[in-house]
Design a protein around this ligand. Structure first.
Ligand SMILES: Nc1ncnc2c1ncn2[C@@H]1O[C@H](COP(=O)(O)OP(=O)(O)OP(=O)(O)O)[C@@H](O)[C@H]1O
Ligand SMILES: [Mg+2]
Length: 338
């Protein structure tokens, strides 16, 4: 294949390991900069006590959590400028294979001011760089190369400027021709999710707000499981093979291969930050499936990963010892489809 100037493989790997069973795609990543302050006074000078940088972006989060479970993973994304390089450095340090399309504009930096004590967080999110046509084409070429070896391909998060709502749908259509066995997983919202769901992905992972927006419903996360059942079945008829509905502290529901499962996380955990909880849930579930574990075990692992994420501060994801601790305390039950 013609060498493409935009493609850079940023971690040593043999030509036989260009993608992993679990490969994630992050089209609108960000470098997360968290500044800890004692006090935050607008229109004044504030002293920063500690600063920390983390790679941000939903697909990258999924890969980071998969890797923490000891499973290899490849992360793909658009990255540019110094902030893009910094993200690559962080991901490489976590032993994640990274392929990126080098874009002309700098990757955005999202800033969080975290006030100590009360745990108040003020976020400033940039909208992200504009993607040029040739950069999109380079991404398509890269995904076509990677699709051969991957089994699970996760398309996660919002789209950058310049890409239309049916971007994930286009990727699914394109890759299905190359690898019909590829299981595409979509975590998106609004019209992006709607267009992708019509392409019959393997799995979608909405939260309750995303479900309501897509289905025109007004369900609360604490509604009875039987109230979700008809909505999930209607949603499944629109295309996705399986649905993992996350319900915040109420755990999750999974509609998979004709069965409905209820997942409940450990009771009474001290929640510090729910950032990355949904990504961790997905990472645990896919790692379980990739390891050919049962659906029940995979869902328990998902809940343990999500719980380990919510007990951590800020954008930090869960650590393996915590995942192990919560694994025994998560419950999964097969429900009767009414
Ligand atoms: N307050 C909480 N207490 C306990 N567990 C939680 C809480 N919030 C989230 N979780 C866990 O995290 C999982 C995913 O949460 P949630 O439904 O909030 O995902 P999400 O809205 O997609 O998150 P994200 O911000 O990552 O997109 C839940 O299924 C649950 O296991
Ligand atoms: Mg989410």
């Amino acid at each position: 294949m013609k060498r493409n100037l935009y493609l850079r493989f940023t971690l040593h790997a043999s030509r036989y390991t260009i993608s992993s069973v679990i490969t994630t795609v992050t089209l609108n990543p960000a470098l997360d900069l968290t500044l800890a302050v004692d006090d935050f006074v607008p229109d004044d000078s504030n002293r920063v006590i500690a600063a920390r940088k983390d790679p941000g972006g939903k697909g990258f989060n999924v890969s980071r959590m998969v890797k923490r479970l000891g499973y290899p993973t490849t992360a793909v994304g658009f990255l540019g400028g110094a902030s893009g390089q910094e993200i690559i450095r962080h991901l490489k340090a976590e032993h994640i294979y990274v392929w990126h399309v080098d874009i002309a504009h700098e990757t955005r930096v999202n800033v969080t001011i975290s006030k100590r004590g009360k745990g108040l967080q003020t976020r400033f999110n940039q909208s992200g760089p504009l993607i040029r046509t040739e950069e999109w084409q380079a991404l398509c070429a890269l995904l076509c190369q990677l699709a051969d070896n991957a089994l699970y391909l996760v398309l996660s998060g919002s789209l950058p400027q310049g890409l239309p709502d049916d971007t994930y749908a286009c990727i699914i259509r394109m890759l299905r021709k190359i690898n019909p066995a590829l299981r595409v997983v979509v975590d998106a919202d609004g019209p992006v999710l709607a267009a992708a769901a019509r392409e019959r992905p393997f799995l979608i992972k909405p939260n309750v707000h995303e479900l309501n927006r897509y289905m025109g419903t007004r369900l609360e996360a604490n509604a009875a499981d039987r109230d979700f059942m008809p909505v999930l079945r209607r949603l499944q008829k629109k295309g996705p093979e399986a649905i993992l509905l996350s319900l915040g502290k109420r755990g999750c529901l999974l509609l998979y291969q004709g069965c409905l499962y209820r997942g409940t996380g450990p009771a009474a955990v001290r929640v510090r930050s729910t950032v990355g909880a949904g990504d961790s849930l997905l990472a645990g579930f896919l790692t379980g499936l990739a390891r050919r574990k049962s659906v029940e075990y995979s869902l328990e692992l998902a809940l343990a990963c999500a719980t380990a994420a919510v007990v951590g501060q800020g954008t930090q994801l869960g650590r393996w010892p915590n995942v192990q601790k919560y694994l025994n305390k998560s419950k999964v039950q097969k429900l009767k489809l009414g």
